[in-house]
Every structure is written in C-alpha cells, then in structure tokens.
Design a protein around this ligand. Sequence first.
Ligand SMILES: [Zn+2]
Length: 572
Amino acid sequence: MKYQNFNVSIYCPVGNINSITDFEAFDQKFQLIEKNIKVGKVYLETFRSGTTISKEQMKKVKAYFESKNIITSGGITTEDSNPSKEGGFHPFCYTSSKTIEKLKEIVTLTAELFDEFIIDDFYFTNCRCDQCIKEKGDRSWADFRISLIQEISEKVIIKTAKEVNPSIKIIIKYPNWYEHYQETGYNLEEQPKVFDYIYTGTETRNPTYAQQHLPKYLSYFLMRYLENVAPSRNLGGWFDPYECTYNLTSYIDQGYLTLFSKAKEAMLFSLGSLIYDKTFSNFPPIIGQVFEDLDQYISELGNPIGVPTYLPYHSYGEDYLHNYIGMCGIPLEPFPHYPESADTIFLAENAACDENIVNKMKQSLKNGADLIVTSGFIKKLGEAFHEFIHVSYTDQKANVNQYLYSTNGGITMKSCLEAAKKIIIPQIRFFTNDVWELAGAYGEDNNFPILLKSSYSKGRIYVLTIPDDMGDLYHYPAEILNTIRSILCKNMKVFIEGNCKIPIFAYDNDTFILRSFLPYGEAIRIKIKSENASLYNIMIGRTYDGYPDAEGTNFDLTISPGVNYILKIREN
Ligand SMILES: [Zn+2]
C-alpha cells in the first residue's frame, strides 16, 4: 500500500500524540487519513512550545504506527513557550545557557527514541535581548545570527545527537521564506554541509490574503532551489491546509507543485489538523486523490528543466520575484552557484549580492550567452553595470497602461496595447542607438522601456523592467509577455504565448505541464520548436494536432482553471 513514485508522510505534533490515551479510538480517527492516503512515514514530535513527551507514551505511539508498516522518525520544533505575549513566533534565544541545556535535553530524548529526526522550521532566532545585542557587536544581525545558529547546529544539536546515537540522521527543514533566511540565522550555505538531509517548506496557501505574499509557483521553485543546494539530499516538500479553506484547489496546488518538482516525499502538516479539526475534514480525501493521480503519470516526466537563474547564498532582493516570473509562464531552474555554462541566465536583484558578478557575467557574454537582468539588478549594481551598457535605474516613476513593442529589433515600434489596470513602473534611463527598446509603455509624448537589448562581446544583454508592485507583471499585455518569454525561453523547445498565471513546468524528455491559476478558462498558444510535432495529453490520452509556422508547430488550447495538462511532444 505505497505509492510507486514518491512517499507521503504526516507530521505529528507533540500535543496531538500526547493526547492519545485510547489507541482504538485514535485508530477510528486515523481512518480518515488511512482510507484516503497511503502513508509511508510519520514524523513524531518530541518537543514544541515548551511541551514534551514521555518515553513511555512515545514508545506506544511508535508501536501503533509501526504495526501498520509506517516508518517512524522524530521531530523537534524549537519554539519557546511564548513568555512575552508580544505576538508573533517565539523561537529560542540562542545566546542563553538555558536554551543550550533545553536543546541538549530535547535532542537527547529524541536521539534515544529514533535513528532519524527532523527539525521543524522554527529553527531560527529573532531575539534582540541584551545578551544577543552584546554578542552581535558590530556585525549585522544576519552575520551574527547565521554564525550563531551554525555553531549551535554543530556544537549542540549534531554533537549531542551523535553522542547519544552514533547512527542518527538529522534533517533540517527550511521554511518557505527563502529570501529572508539569513536575517534570522538560517545558513543555507553551511548548514546543509553538516546536517545529513534537508527538507523544503512548500506552503503557499493564499498569496494575497495572508501575511507571507508568496505566489503559488514557490511550491515548485523552492523545491528546485533546495534540490540544487543539496543534490539528492532534499528529502521532500512539506505543506499544510492553513489559509486554504477559501478554495480547496489552493490546497492541492501545493501538493501538485511540490511533486511536479520531482520531490521524493510530500509531507502533510499536521496529524491533528487533518483528523481532529473539522475545518479541514474535506482535505484528506482531496489530497489523497491528488497523490493517486500523480502516481499514475509522474514517472512519465523526466528531470525538471528551466531558464537557469542565480540566487547566491544569503542574498535577497526583489522579494520573491522569481515566483512572479514563474507565474508569467517562464520556467525557472534556480542555482545557488553561478550557472557558468548556461547559454541563457536570468539575474534578479539577488544575483547582484555576489561581489564577483560582473566578472562572471563578462565570461558568460564572451561565451555568447544571453543575460536577462532586472531593473532591481541594475539598481543594486549601480555604475558597475555601465561596464556592459549605460542603462540606469532612476527614482522617477511612470503610471502606465498602454504598451508598445518592436518586431524588428527596436528600429520601429508598433501598437498601442491597452491593459485594464494602470501600473507604476520605474523609469529606466538608456541611450538610444546604443541600446534598443524591444518593449515599452507609453507616457505623454514619451515612452518608457519594459525590455531593453544590447550586445557585449559575443553575447546579448537584456534589461527587464519590474513594476513597483511585482504582481503587476501580470498586467503586462500578452504581446509584451510574449516578447519577454521569447527571449528568456530562447533555448527551450517549448514556450507559451498569452496572458499570465499559467505557469509551465518543463522536463528534459520533451514533456511539460501547464496548470492555470486563473479563475476562468484561458486560450493560449503553445509553440514547439519542431516541425510536424503533435502533443499528447498523457493524463487523458488525447492527441492535439498543431499547425506549422516558420519556427515550428503551434497549438491553440483553452486551459481550464486548476486542471493539469500533462503534455508530451511527439515528432510525427
Ligand atoms: Zn537573546
């Protein structure tokens, strides 16, 4: 009773398993999960928010799950018991000797009970107590905290656990807020080297009406990034039902996108929410069906591919921009190291955090690559960017909803494409005839670039203007998005034309997936760079015939909301 192509696990908080006194009654409750989901593993928590568990109780809980052939692992949530009542989360203060003693105690208990445990994503610090201020000294909070938590990881958690149980394996789960890791001590560069495995938070919930502002594409994107941080040691993606009751599809989006990334495991948080909380009683059946569906076709998909993009360790910039780009139908493959052999590279503001970025870009351009940089990237790089082209970020804004573009490399511009919403974009300054505008937005007797192009050595460099509200990328008209996609996806076999919010997930065996996040059916054009191609929908067994143009074969499809189009390119 397992899935063929991935594993599914449940995270069980300590409060949920402490409360089990009658295992027969619990078994009745657990049926809601068991009859819908083939659970391969449970993570049994030993500590959260000051609550712990007795060894006797944990042994009973372990025995219950193991009698069902479910693998058991441990879990620790390093959250304090909320003493200050200030609101927000209360992770530990790691300069406190009390914390060190508490951690040793919890880790010892866990390592005595299990051969593996995961650390939930509260393993950060936001403490600014007097001792933390003193120990920070002249360093930034980010520098202080990433070295502090690294030291705790090695000298307290890992050391204690290995002393108690030399064969212990420890997994560190990274939260979904990757742009902000370093500020609270998550050290993506050094921690994965000392922990055995990592895990990925793929919770995207409600992008608009929630505190995190994370576009749905993140459930896929962050899995891919962490896979490239620790290849083959990223054990899976973890999501929950919270802030998804507005729309059940928003819950299963997380499941689909986590597994589209070829995750080894999907973890559901949490046992209690899924079986005790009636708010979420619809969720186990629907996510169970997601796993059944995916298990039918996920083996048909090769390895994920996309436009290489570079997010250096500890970098931040245009907050989560990559996920908005993904939502615009541009598949991305993120790397923590500069992808020096790539022939197209997308560089957002994060990439400008690398002190050697200019030299790395020069080498790519000498090799003939196309580099697409954002307005935030040139803002951060400042005058150093003028080595390539004299294009500058200005403090001036334009309020736009009419657009123009060029089909002859910027010599002449055409159209007045009108979008319903006016958006604010930064005015990017450039010098005509040295740099070419491929797309722009109208002002009054004026226009402002959306996409600029120039050449350098054997390569090409493009500047993409990002609206002040990144979500306003969705309001660029289809023709403008098509121009942007045609450049970013130049080396992909497939790209799409049309409006945004239909991301594409591409694989190296001529398969790809389209999934719409629009609330209505939307017509798009799929362009395959191959003559006489046809498209086969693996999920429903249907073949679509296309029609040729000079570049390959086109397919016009209407994409229904929340439906997966699992497509294989066939050469006729
Ligand atoms: Zn402190």
